[in-house]
Design a binder for this molecule. Sequence first.
Ligand code: UAG
Ligand code: ATP
Ligand code: API
Ligand code: MG
Length: 486
Amino acid sequence: MNKLEHVLSGVEIVQVIGSTALDVPCVGFDSRNVVSGQLFIAISGTQVDGHKYIPDAIAKGTKIVVCEKLPEVQPEGVTFVVVPDSLVACGRIAANFYDNPSKKLRLVGITGTNGKTTTVTLLYRMFRELGYKVGLLSTVVNYVDDKKVDATHTTPDAVELNKLLNQMVEAGCEYCFMEVSSHSIDQHRIEGLHFEGAIFSNITHDHLDYHKTFDAYIKAKKAFFDNLSKSSFALTNVDDKNGMVMVQNCNANIKTYGLKSPADYKSRIIESHFDGMLLNINGDDVWTRFLGEFNGYNLTAVYATSLLLGANKDEVLRVLSMLGPVSGRFEYVKSKSGITAIVDYAHTPDALDNVIATINKMRKEDQRLLVVVGAGGNRDKTKRSVMASVAVNNADFVVLTSDNPRNEDPNDILNDMRQGIKPEQMGKVLTIVDRKEGIKTACMLAKANDIILVAGKGHENYQEVNGVKHHFDDKEVLREIFESLQ
Ligand SMILES: CC(=O)N[C@H]1[C@@H](OP(=O)(O)OP(=O)(O)OC[C@H]2O[C@@H](n3ccc(=O)[nH]c3=O)[C@H](O)[C@@H]2O)O[C@H](CO)[C@@H](O)[C@@H]1O[C@H](C)C(=O)N[C@@H](C)C(=O)N[C@H](CCC(=O)O)C(=O)O
Ligand SMILES: Nc1ncnc2c1ncn2[C@@H]1O[C@H](COP(=O)(O)OP(=O)(O)OP(=O)(O)O)[C@@H](O)[C@H]1O
Ligand SMILES: N[C@H](CCC[C@H](N)C(=O)O)C(=O)O
Ligand SMILES: [Mg+2]
């Protein structure tokens, strides 16, 4: 059993009321899931102040409360630990509770607006192929070696995160590759973790609803690199405008990668086809099954990370050429009549721009591009019009439709998107609220040989409307429509 003293080690404490000679059977921050004897951390969140639920947690059996301010009523037999920042404390407590699993494996995290899932998934597959037991924490799915664990967030909360890392240690994993979202850095979900490596992919427009300014978004990501130890490596994309900013105050061993500027790991795209591209990485040619300059960056980051972790270069190049697409990222569904549909998770202006540019470079003059795209509700509103404008400026036809409306009226989201379209462009735009109808319309408008890009939801197998997740899968819908159109 964990002793309270151990669980609190390294936690900055302002005041303690009550006994500290206690066992801690479990830790958590949500009064709705409290179990008897549990340590409860009261967190002031984005929606409510968790301090409000302290009495509730105590009524359910909490014996230790970690909080920033003491509640008015302090029942006998309950220990109160006052800390300056509950989120920071939560990260450290969670790591201690699971006996700091991040120190028992070789943990590499990646942050950036786009490319995180792709990069960590490929690293997970790379190291498994190299013969290791590996863990993965990603938007799409988590893995404890070969055991699948559903993912609810890109980066889990601190308790879930350390629990999963601990399961990886117990399963004998040597490596773990994880996505580090800007939310998770800001909310200290990664506090107290030891990263052997940190990767920066890129930073472009997203999440301004949460971070408010682009500068604050940059600072959130940079904090990941500021906190690395000397023994770690930081691998940054030198071609990104903020690539070197990220590592300005970083103590780690700094390495760079890129396609344009000089870098420690430098690639060039030699040839591109619809079924893959030939890359030259640091002088070696390698065929890959990926498309697009953006994937050139992802693959170079995978190569560099593998080498920085000590893998053999020839082995890494061999595996790199075998790796296939990541679920929901540039996946094809083809109709018998010759229409190619591409399902891609592009849900930011930059991702959409990259994916469309990749298709445009590849398609022949007689092939039209139709884009079906929406934008998520309860998320950054300012990216909506930009995404619509990216689509309409670069495609032959656009269907604006719903993504995950969440708690917003889908028509409001579509109106925001339409602000990005000039009146003279409206002739090549249709607005169809129902996503299935939107996809169907694009399929009916497409001629043999045309390309349809269905963007925004990628691997997601649901559509979230008013708190309810209804089954919805872009690939499945496309297959169904193509079948019915034969
Ligand atoms: C905006 C945001 O990031 N919110 C996250 C945050 O919740 P919050 O601060 O809003 O919590 P809150 O509802 O205000 O509650 C405050 C505290 O009171 C507690 N509480 C609340 C009610 C109650 O009855 N009892 C109780 O104890 C809560 O457990 C919490 O500790 O902390 C929670 C626990 O870690 C997260 O689950 C939650 O993620 C929400 C669901 C979410 O949608 N997050 C998204 C935006 C997100 O994190 N996305 C990033 C990736 C983005 C990307 O990849 O591009 C991610 O890492 O997934
Ligand atoms: N390196 C990259 N640079 C720019 N765009 C990219 C890059 N890699 C992938 N993309 C585009 O962004 C989309 C999302 O990619 P991916 O899921 O790998 O990113 P992510 O950072 O994990 O996203 P999220 O923040 O939602 O978890 C892809 O479907 C593709 O359109
Ligand atoms: N991790 C991202 C995913 C967005 C995916 C898109 N389909 C949407 O719902 O906006 C977010 O939570 O902002
Ligand atoms: Mg992701």
